[in-house]
Ligand binder design. Structure first.
Ligand code: XBP
Ligand code: MG
Length: 258
């Protein structure tokens, strides 16, 4: 069997996978928005780690209110108020990306370049907003990189966010590809659940907040995508037998999973 023709598309998660955006990006942007709204809320590094169990910024704010500020639940326009606060947060996040302080994780730019060379389709399946995705891509790979992705599935485009499979189903439908010819790259348990529920083989690159999560069901779990000069550490799953994730490795993982 010619396995080199197997892989048709790679579906990338964004936060934690393309870049470590949570602690020094989203968290900072949430806190800046709270300040602008005269709220004394402070999402410190540990608290934010707990709050990350809820995906989606608006959903996370609502969860925080339910847990820590329940009196606010009586607010008649709560949904609109949360949406406004979240919009403000998105503006702060965009400025943080424009400042260019958050780099791509090891191997990401290289792998994207190689996959484009091999004519493998690139897609994004994320919980965050389209504005945030484009801001990150612009600041790290340049404006033209947005066009390198055949499909970008982001934010509220589907009714239920990860761990529901909706965003992966949506992206696969747009790509007109079956899940077994694709691979998802994720960093979190919620992301893995989402991808697996859409029947996608999934490679995990653990990130700051997700290191100790449960990744059973993942094809392979590695520290990062690795570079020839800076190999990844294998955490679990099938051994890619290479120090860095490239087109050939992804192809192998997909054909073994099929
Ligand atoms: C990450 C998320 C997002 C971000 C915040 O999801 O759950 O909610 O934390 O972004 P993924 P928003 O790893 O799937 O990209 O505030 O724009 O939701
Ligand atoms: Mg993620």
């Amino acid at each position: 069997m010619n396995t080199t023709k197997k892989l048709q598309a790679v579906l990338f998660d964004v936060d934690g996978t393309l870049a470590d955006t949570e602690q020094d990006g989203h968290r900072i942007a949430f806190n800046a928005a709270f300040k602008q709204y005269d709220l004394d809320w402070d999402w410190d590094v540990d608290l934010y780690g707990d709050l990350l169990q809820v995906t989606g910024g608006k959903e996370r704010i609502r969860h925080y209110i339910e847990k820590y500020v329940p009196a606010l639940l009586d607010k008649s326009d709560l949904a609109e108020w949360i949406a406004g606060l979240h919009k403000t947060k998105t503006k702060y996040f965009e400025s943080l990306m424009e400042a260019g302080n958050i780099p791509l994780r090891p191997g990401v730019a290289r792998l994207i370049r190689e996959l484009r060379h091999e004519k493998v389709k690139l897609a994004i399946a994320t919980t965050t907003t389209m504005e945030n995705v484009t801001a990150l891509l612009k600041s790290t790979l340049g404006e033209e990189s947005i066009g390198w992705f055949d499909i970008i599935g982001a934010g509220d485009i589907v009714p239920s966010k990860k761990p529901a499979p909706d965003i992966y189903h949506w992206v696969l439908t747009q790509l007109s590809l079956p899940a077994h010819q694709c691979i998802a790259i994720e960093d979190s348990e919620n992301g893995l659940k989402s991808a697996l529920a859409a029947s996608l083989p999934t490679l995990i690159t653990v990130s700051g907040y997700t290191r100790s999560q449960n990744f059973s069901g993942a094809t392979t779990v590695v520290s990062d995508l690795g570079e020839p000069t800076q190999p990844f550490k294998l955490i679990s799953g099938s051994n890619p037998e290479n120090g860095w994730i490239n087109y050939q490795v992804l192809n192998k993982l997909v054909s073994h999973a099929a």
